[in-house]
Each structure stands twice: as C-alpha cells, then as structure tokens.
Design a protein around this ligand. Structure first.
Ligand code: ADP
Ligand code: MG
Length: 261
C-alpha cells in the first residue's frame, strides 16, 4: 500500500470545517433485490470535511457514495444534501446532482469528445451556460488541474493520470459544493497516482467538502479529518486519522489495517 509521497507540506490550516451540515444520512438502508447491502447508515458531514471511506472490497463503499447522488436508490431512511432530501422527486435529484460532483475509478470521459468538450457538455446542456462562458470556465479548471495544453486533444491521447485530472476538472465545471471520489487512483500507475492526489489535496485546501473512497492511507493521514471504516454494509468505526490508524477499536478494523499497512 503506497504512502503518499508529497512534494510539499499539506496545509491543513485552510481546511476549516463549518457548523453547517452538508450531508445528513439517517438510518439509511439499501437492498439489491433481497441482498441487504447497506445497514442502518447514520452519517453527518459538515461543510469543509474531508472524509476517507475505507473498508474491504464488497463492504458497500461504492454503493454508499452512489446513493448520495442517487446513482443508486435507497429503500429506507433519509439522505439530506444541503437541506434537500433525496426522494424520487426528480426536481430534488437534479438539484442535488448539480451540487454533488463525482469522480470514478474509470474516468468515464466521452472518448469521441475533446477534453474541452468533455468539460463544457454538461454546463451547456444541463446548466444552460453560454458556450463561450462554459469554455472559459473549462479552461480555468483545466489550468487548475495543470493540463490546459491538452484541451483540444481526445481522452485516448492522454495518460491515465491526465484523464483523471480532466474528470476532476469536468466535475468542477458544474461548480459542485461537495465532491465524491470512488477510488480515483486505483486504475492508475504509481507515478500518476501522485498527480491526482495533488489535485485532490488542492481541492481540500480550498475548503471543498469531500468524501473519498480510497486505499491511499497516506492521503487519509494527511488530508482527511475523519476516516470511516465500513464492513458488510455497516459503518463499523470512525475516527480522526491519528486515532483510527494508531488505536483502532474493533477487531475488523485491526484486521483490515494489518492487511493494508
Ligand atoms: P465496495 O465498493 O466496498 O467494494 P460495493 O458497494 O461495490 O462495495 O458492493 C457491495 C456489495 O453489493 C457487494 O457484495 C457487491 O457484489 C454488491 N453489489 C454491488 N452492486 C450491485 C448491483 N448493482 N446489484 C447487486 N449487487 C451489487
Ligand atoms: Mg467500490
């Protein structure tokens, strides 16, 4: 398991957490058919929190974050994002999706569109932003992820790390207030992991509320304010990184940490 090799100090002083609640999940349960995949999930995330979700494969991490922007539907309990409850009401779903960005393990860029077009598609068609303004915003975020010179290329012409940074820029173009990451570096070669983590660190330093499923425990130590450990569809344990890594409480957490660290 790779520790994060940072090229600079991570500045946690800017990562302030406000009193405002960004995400509230209350007694949430989800089934896939008869399979009870998420059990009694309770989670409150304040604005500015950087949460790392860890746990073995199949424990429900992806399902949990996919429920937060309704890529999956929950069957019981509540999910409330910025005061709006996720129900089958399409208006609420649209509102929440426009506030919550998501980055996947496989970058999910449109292969037949240029990098710039990938970044402007949703703002133009969903947000009705004028094309020129959408392009300016896209260039701003492509500069932020340090690949403005790739704007007119196609995804297949970029490295994995560059593609993932485009995926992050594309998400940011929708001006989300919350970012969800599902193993954003798991498909990348080691030398590209760092450039994606650096981008995520910068977002954290700018105060973005982030939920990250990741096996990068170096990132968890340095950037997260809270680590959540899931197993068999439940939140088994959560704590600040120091305590989580140095003093795990449950046997399942201890076993997990002994396997990955
Ligand atoms: P993780 O991200 O922690 O590896 P997932 O949320 O992907 O876990 O999966 C949790 C469990 O739900 C696994 O047992 C997985 O096989 C199952 N699962 C995931 N997606 C589906 C689906 N669409 N239909 C049925 N079962 C699923
Ligand atoms: Mg997963």
């Amino acid at each position: 398991m790779s520790e994060l090799a940072v090229s600079r100090e991570v500045d946690r002083s800017k990562m302030t957490i406000s009193d405002e609640v960004a995400i509230q999940i209350i007694e949430m349960n989800k089934w896939y058919g008869t399979f009870h995949v998420l059990r009694d999930i309770n989670l409150t995330v304040n604005r500015g929190e950087r949460i790392v979700i860890a746990g073995p494969s199949g424990s429900g991490k992806s399902t949990l974050i996919r429920c937060i922007n309704r890529l999956e539907e929950h069957q019981a309990g509540k999910i409330i994002i910025d005061g709006t409850e996720l129900t089958s009401d399409l208006k609420n779903i649209d509102k929440i999706r426009s506030e919550v960005g998501m980055v996947f393990q496989h970058f999910n860029l449109f292969p037949h569109l240029t990098i710039l077009e990938n970044c402007t598609l949703a703002p133009i068609w969903v947000r009705k932003v004028p094309k020129k303004e959408a392009e300016e915003t896209a260039m701003h975020f492509l500069e932020k992820v340090k690949i403005p010179e790739q704007a007119l290329k196609y995804p297949g012409q970029l490295s994995g790390g560059q593609q993932q940074r485009v995926a992050i820029a594309r998400s940011l173009c929708m001006r989300p207030r919350i970012m969800l990451f599902d193993e954003p570096t798991s498909a990348l070669d080691p030398e590209m992991i760092k450039e994606v983590l650096d981008t995520m660190i910068e977002l954290a330093e700018e105060g973005m509320t982030m939920l990250c499923v990741t096996h990068e425990m170096g990132f968890a130590r340095q950037v997260a304010n809270r680590v959540i450990f899931m197993d068999q569809g439940q939140i088994v344990e959560q704590n600040e990184p120091e305590e989580f890594f140095n003093n795990p409480k449950s046997d399942r957490t201890k076993l997990f940490l002994s396997q990955i660290l």
